[in-house]
Design a protein around this ligand. Structure first.
Ligand SMILES: [Zn+2]
Length: 274
């Protein structure tokens, strides 16, 4: 009798999750930094008017592949894989902007990890500039999380920003993707009308903010430099402040997408962060 009561107590504790089985929702398991382009910016004063005129800088372009207990999530898709076949890379119309190369394709890096494009359940892009949306249609069935302001932003040629048939969730502000706080889209407009950044909580590494292009390199973060071609200087500065407040509150790390000097200090795929 005594034993039976003990067992019942243990079973009821297990039922409410206090002992025994793994937690039902383990959140983010790991994060890979993928090489989604390498380039040279012709004149970085384009990103900080009046500063460093005529100075060029090496840029990188990252994608981030995240394994969540509910499925794979991809943040940004980089330069189109087709650029890998262009020996001189993709030259910009404005020589002060960035010439991009694709030393590794996104497809090959996923394959190396044993991840099929169809395994990507959900994705989000920071914004609709070509160095971030180049491979969205490699994942035609992945739910795309994008701000409504970005989705509806008229393109110069009048074409839609995304294929109308691509599954989409149009956001108006922040969004906790899986409802557990482990992957949260942060609305950070200014670079474009519906620019967004991503907060990720990793079990060992802790909390990260992936900037998108809310800032392009560390000096611009430190000095609050705003690129000349951003749609709103005021929104850009407010978004930087929002990121700074989140970093301070949550003791998070800031990972700046295009900053090569920083990326060179980080582990890249097939290594990963837990
Ligand atoms: Zn960019």
């Amino acid at each position: 009798m005594k034993r039976a009561i003990g067992l019942t107590a243990v079973l009821s504790l297990a039922a409410i999750g206090l002992v025994g089985a793994e937690p039902a929702n383990a959140g983010v398991e790991k994060l890979y930094i993928l090489n989604c382009g390498e380039g040279v910016a012709g004149d970085i004063s384009r990103w900080s008017p009046g500063v460093n005129e005529g100075k060029s800088m090496d840029f990188v372009d990252n994608c981030y592949l995240i394994k969540h207990s509910q499925g794979w999530f991809l943040w940004d898709t980089g330069i189109p894989d087709a650029v890998a076949d262009m020996p001189n890379g993709l030259a910009p119309a404005d020589p002060r902007a960035t010439t991009w190369r694709r030393p590794k394709t996104l497809a090959a890096q996923l394959e190396q990890l044993g991840v099929k494009p169809a395994d990507i359940k959900a994705m989000a892009v920071s914004h609709t500039h070509p160095d971030h949306i180049g491979n969205v249609e490699m994942f035609p069935n992945a739910m795309l999380y994008v701000q409504k302001a970005e989705y509806d932003w008229p393109a110069a040629n009048g074409a839609p920003r995304f294929k109308p048939e691509h599954p989409v969730t149009k956001l108006e502000g922040d969004r906790d993707i899986f409802g557990d706080g482990s992957i949260v889209v942060l609305s950070t407009p200014g670079h474009t009308p519906g620019h967004q950044s991503l907060l990720v909580r990793l079990p060992k590494t802790g909390e990260l903010i992936l900037t998108g292009d809310a800032v392009h390199f560390k000096a611009n973060w430190d000095n609050r430099g705003v690129p000349a071609n951003n749609v709103s200087k005021e929104q850009t500065l407010a978004s930087m402040q929002k990121i700074a407040d989140t970093l301070a509150k949550d003791h998070a790390q800031l990972w700046i997408n295009h900053d090569k000097a920083q990326r060179d200090t980080l582990k890249t795929s097939p290594e990963f962060y837990e």
